[in-house]
Design a binder for this molecule. Structure first.
Ligand code: SF4
Ligand code: SF4
Length: 455
């Protein structure tokens, strides 16, 4: 039944499936009615929502999706079209930033997705694709094994041939998307288990090496370790650490995410760390919610809360500690891109900018429409290649318009997505993580080290 108290927003009347069948949600953490009721249907969030920007449909806006959740908690069944509108959400949390009423859309969509994954039958194709993704991406060792054939493919010239033929795009668009996103790989030694602080020790930090980050951006991890050590941190990097569970929790696979979270807590909690530092925005945002993820687990609830309190994004921690290592000039014009899970989900915007501005000779430029997602969004760009490419193109256009020679961001997914889009547009811009810029400044490597890193 439709909730008659639902206000005067324009409800997506056409998107619901048949009214017969089981109610959309069971009583295992359905989207909370009181959080749904916080939405006053003002529509301020609409222009910041990437799917609304692309398609202009109410059902693909935050307000429309909250309306559908309300239908679900009032007993409507989970129709295919309802699921499609929830699946279309990038989980970018731009709507959370925009909402003047403090609607916790992040909580709502996370609970909705967990219900969908448990209760909605996926098509065989969807099942196969999701199974393949979740058998690979959360496993750093499996991803690292992929590096060998991928490097051979990139360096043999086959990649250019395949790109020119357009064959992969026609035969297997999902594979073509993955292929276009893969960064140019090079060999970097794996970080040691422990790196001592340089000079006076100011903190002991555990460090997440991540899955995609460790397999495809090992140089970002190396730069992170060097910067932390230079800033007086002893860095602990247990090689047995696994995935943090971010991809799983953002895609409704809560039980899997809880398994990853418990293992990570087990790995790090006895190390004596003061902080747990993360250099990937998507991972950081879910690590900061371990307390909620494990709240129902009596053996881990308290431990998860203690762990959560120590989690810091790299820029957040460096800003908090304050600089001690000397910054050398980098004569560069830099555009800084707010990764959604850093800006919207963690509210970290000033810290990375301030760290960059502290570098002598560096000029910082802002990107138009910074709140709109680049279309990466975890695995959203793999599941939805066409709209993801459209969002990537919008972002790349705005990035290239800054005239910057270097794009800086703090998420591996954004780096891959914007690099692929800029390449499609024939744009010339180098890409780096904030850690790499700080590292180049501290080590006095000069701008060329960032504009044309060693191949
Ligand atoms: S999380 Fe992003 S895509 Fe989803 S409704 Fe909010 S703004 Fe739109
Ligand atoms: S801005 Fe907030 S209150 Fe307004 S429609 Fe969007 S979610 Fe609802």
């Amino acid at each position: 039944m439709v909730d008659a108290t639902w206000g005067t927003g324009e409800p997506p009347r056409d998107v619901l499936g048949p009214v017969s069948g089981a109610p959309a949600f069971d009583d295992d953490h359905p989207p909370a009615k009181d959080l749904i009721a916080d939405c006053v249907h003002c529509g301020f969030c609409l222009p910041t929502c990437p799917t609304y920007v692309l398609w202009g449909a109410e059902a693909d806006s935050p307000r429309g999706r909250i309306y559908l959740m309300n239908e679900g908690v009032n007993g409507e069944p989970l129709s295919d079209s309802m699921v499609e509108h929830f699946d279309n959400c990038l989980g970018c949390m731009s709507c959370v930033t925009a909402c003047p009423s403090g609607v916790q859309y992040d909580r709502l969509i996370e609970d909705t997705r967990a219900q969908i994954e448990r209760r909605h039958p996926r098509t065989p194709r969807e099942k196969a694709l999701r199974s393949a993704i979740f058998a690979l991406f959360p496993y750093p060792r499996r991803l690292r094994l992929l590096r060998v054939p991928l490097r051979a493919y990139q360096s043999s010239g086959l990649q250019k041939l395949v790109a020119r033929s357009g064959l992969l795009q026609r035969l297997a668009p999902t594979l073509a998307t993955l292929e276009s996103l893969a960064p140019r790989l090079r060999s970097v030694p794996r970080p040691p288990r422990r790196v001592a602080a340089k000079g006076q020790q100011r903190a002991v930090v555990g460090m997440l090496t991540g899955c995609v980050q460790s397999a495809f951006f090992p140089d970002v991890n190396s730069a992170t370790v060097r910067v932390l050590a230079a800033e007086g941190c002893e860095v602990l990097i247990p090689p047995s650490q696994g995935c943090c569970g971010a991809l799983s929790v953002h895609n409704g696979r809560r039980a899997e995410a809880q398994r990853f979270a418990r293992k990570l807590i087990d790995t790090f909690e006895s190390t004596g760390m003061d902080y747990f530092v993360v250099n990937a925005a998507g991972c950081g945002s879910s690590l900061k919610e371990y307390d909620a993820l494990l709240a129902d687990d009596p053996a881990y609830a308290g431990r998860a809360a203690a762990f959560t309190a120590k989690v810091r994004d790299l820029a957040e921690l460096l800003h908090e500690l304050g600089p001690v290592a000397k910054r050398h000039p980098l004569d560069l014009t830099v555009a800084y891109h707010d990764a959604c899970h850093l800006g919207h989900a963690q509210g970290i915007r000033t810290q990375p900018r301030s760290l960059l501005r502290d570098i002598p000779a560096l000029t910082l430029r802002e990107i138009t429409d910074p709140e709109i997602c680049c279309g990466s969004a975890g695995i959203w760009n793999v599941l939805n290649p066409e709209p993801a490419a459209a969002l990537g193109d919008l972002k790349a256009k705005n990035v290239l318009a800054t005239g910057a020679s270097l794009l800086v961001t703090a998420n591996p997914g954004c780096l891959m997505q914007i690099a692929a889009a800029a390449q499609r547009q024939g744009g010339q811009i180098a890409l780096a993580h904030t850690a790499q810029v700080l590292d180049a400044s501290i080590r006095n490597l000069g701008a060329p080290a960032l504009l044309s890193p060693p191949g």
